[in-house]
Design a protein around this ligand. Structure first.
Ligand code: ADP
Ligand code: MG
Length: 232
């Protein structure tokens, strides 16, 4: 297979129907992402960035068009195939962390592995590996409310990568963080791309966060365009 397009979104359109009224979000979008690329999607609120991210992650079907990730044409998968595909392929990272409040950091990170046949000691080993990577190994017994925003997001990143998916989808991952915590999260995402060859698609409003990625796309009025490289 051609390495140049790990992800291929073709002629993608999405509209929502509410009370008989069709609300178009975007139409005829095309996007190719190479393996190991780190790209950013920017654009005004409501332009469809999250919708596009969810379509790529198989969380929300397109109205028209196709999404291929690796060898998988995802609209051809049944619901159960899609869940299994998602579990091994996609790690999601959200603005508001989405951790389980009653579970410790360790248990939150271990959660995706509970659906696998891995032994308890193998699960522990994997959790320890990823928590060292995101430097949260000193907080494993804490519950989310006992962690700072930056620490919660690092727990969420550890959870997203613990099953070793090739693709990370990040929806405003620094949206609730201060500058220093944002920088730490962005450094981690950059390292995951550079050292573990993760393919990353990130939505952000923050140009400082976007600067950590390889390229920036703008979604506006239903159209996607690549931002010209800016001289530093
Ligand atoms: P962004 O992430 O760029 O802010 P979204 O992808 O969340 O934008 O939303 C794009 C548009 O689609 C918005 O107008 C939003 O109101 C609409 N929308 C999103 N999800 C739904 C839904 N489940 N039902 C109806 N409309 C939706
Ligand atoms: Mg959004």
């Amino acid at each position: 297979m051609n390495d140049a397009a790990f992800i291929e979104v073709s002629n993608a359109s999405k509209s929502y129907s509410k009370g008989g009224i069709v609300i178009p979000v975007f139409e005829g979008l095309n996007l190719d992402v190479s393996k190991g690329d780190f790209i950013t999607l920017m654009g005004p609120s409501g332009s469809g960035k999250s919708t596009l991210l969810h379509a790529i992650g198989g969380l929300e079907p397109l109205t028209e068009g196709t999404v291929r990730v690796g060898e998988e044409q995802i609209e051809k998968l049944s619901q159960s195939q899609l869940s299994r595909w998602r579990a091994r392929t996609v790690g999601m990272i959200f603005q508001s962390f989405n951790l389980m409040p009653s579970l410790t950091a360790f248990a939150n990170i271990e959660l995706p592995l509970m659906l696998t046949s891995l032994s308890r000691s193998e699960r522990r080993r994997r959790v320890e590996t990823v928590t060292q990577l995101v430097r949260i190994d000193h907080r494993l017994k804490h519950r989310p409310r006992e962690l700072s925003g930056g620490e919660q997001q690092r727990v969420a990143i550890a959870r997203a990568i613990v099953a070793d998916p090739p693709l990370l989808l990040c929806d405003e991952p620094t949206g609730e963080l201060d500058r220093s915590a944002s920088g730490e999260v962005m450094n981690i995402l950059r390292t995951l791309c550079d050292e573990l060859a993760k393919t990353i698609i990130m939505v952000t409003h923050d140009p400082t966060a976007a600067a950590y990625s390889d390229s920036v796309y703008h979604l506006e009025k239903g159209q996607l365009s690549a931002q010209e490289d800016q001289a530093a």
